[in-house]
Design a protein around this ligand. Structure first.
Ligand code: ADP
Length: 274
C-alpha cells in the first residue's frame, strides 16, 4: 500500500499558511493602512504623514503609527518632542494636528541607535498595536520600515492590515525592491491598494516636467503585477522643508498642488472603506 501523503498544491499551502495565523486588528481602530516602500529614502514617511493629515481633513479620525523601529521619522516630521504617558497598562498616543501618534522615537533618545534583535522589534510592534490607547479611529496609517523584514512579517502574519500602499521613486533600482515587496504582500495575503510614484518629476519655472529619476517605471510595475496605479507626486522643495519643520505640506498649505493630490487620494480611500 502506498502510504505517502498526497502533496499539497502551492495554492493550498499558501491558504493553509494564511489560516494558521490569527490576525488581530489594532485595538481602537477600524481600518489599518500600511505604507510601505521596499527601499529607504523614496518618501514613504512623507507620504504616510501627509496621507494621515489628508484623511483627517476629509473628516476621518486618524492615527499614525511609526513602525520603523530602527529609523523612526514621525517625531521629526510631526514636530513632536514629548514622551507618551502610561497608566501602567497602556501607552497614551501623543496628539498632534488632531492625529493620534505613536513612535519608538517618543520613547528613546533620537540620536541613539536602536541596537535590537528581531524578537525585540516584534515585541515593540505588538506593544504598539495592542497596548496603546488608540481611540475610536477610522484609520490608522502605519509607516512601515523599508524592506521585507521582521516588522513586515509580524504585521502581515499577526495583525489585520486592510490595505497596503507601496511608495516608490521611478528608478530601476527602487523598482526591483518594489517587485519583492509586492510578492511578499501577495504571498502573505495582504491586499495592495496600489502603487504611488513619488518624486516622479520636477516642474521647472519654464513649465516643463523634468523626469529626474526616470519615467513611467512605477506605473509599468503596477500594470505588470495587476495592481492599481494611484498616481504621481512631483518633487517640490516645499515638501521637504515642511517635513523638516515638523508640519507636513497638507497641514501647512492645503491649497498646494501636492496637497490636492493627497486630499484626492484620501477621498478615494475613504470611499473604499467607509
Ligand atoms: P523614506 O520614508 O522612504 O525613507 P522620506 O519620507 O524620509 O523617505 O523622504 C526622503 C526625503 O525626500 C526627505 O528629505 C523628504 O522631505 C524628501 N521628499 C519626499 N517626497 C518629496 C517630494 N514629493 N518632493 C520633495 N522632497 C520630497
Amino acid at each position: 500500500m502506498d502510504d505517502k501523503k498526497p502533496e499539497l498544491s502551492a495554492a493550498s499551502r499558501d491558504n493553509l499558511r494564511r489560516k494558521t495565523f490569527k490576525k488581530n486588528p489594532i485595538i481602537g481602530t477600524k481600518f489599518t493602512i500600511a505604507i510601505s516602500s521596499a527601499k529607504g529614502g523614496v518618501g514613504k514617511s512623507t507620504f504616510a504623514t501627509n496621507l494621515a493629515i489628508a484623511l483627517k481633513k476629509e473628516g476621518s479620525k486618524v492615527g499614525l503609527l511609526d513602525a520603523d523601529i530602527y529609523g523612526p521619522s514621525i517625531p521629526k516630521m510631526f514636530g513632536i518632542d514629548a514622551k507618551p504617558k502610561s497608566d501602567g497598562q497602556k501607552l497614551e498616543p501623543i496628539i498632534k494636528y488632531d492625529i493620534q501618534c505613536m513612535s519608538i522615537g517618543f520613547l528613546t533618545d533620537q540620536q541613539t541607535p536602536m541596537i535590537w534583535r528581531g524578537p525585540m522589534v516584534t515585541s515593540a510592534i505588538k506593544t504598539f498595536t495592542q497596548k496603546v490607547g488608540w481611540k475610536d479611529l477610522d484609520f490608522i496609517i502605519v509607516d512601515m520600515p523599508p524592506g521585507t523584514g521582521d516588522t513586515q512579517l509580524t504585521f502581515s502574519q499577526e495583525i489585520k492590515i486592510d490595505g497596503a500602499i507601496i511608495v516608490s521613486t521611478p528608478q530601476e533600482v527602487a523598482l526591483l525592491d518594489v517587485k519583492r515587496g509586492i510578492k511578499m504582500f501577495d504571498k502573505l495575503g495582504v491586499k495592495i491598494l496600489g502603487l504611488v510614484d513619488n518624486m516622479s518629476f520636477f516642474k521647472g519655472d519654464d513649465g516643463k516636467k523634468y523626469k529626474i529619476f526616470g519615467e513611467g517605471g512605477v506605473k509599468k510595475t503596477a500594470e505588470e503585477f495587476k495592481k492599481e496605479f494611484l498616481g504621481e507626486i512631483p518633487i517640490d522643495p516645499t515638501v521637504g522643508k515642511c517635513g523638516d519643520e515638523g508640519k507636513p505640506i497638507v497641514e501647512y498649505d492645503p491649497e498646494n498642488e501636492i496637497s490636492k493630490i493627497y486630499l484626492d487620494l484620501a477621498k478615494k480611500i475613504k470611499s473604499t472603506y467607509l
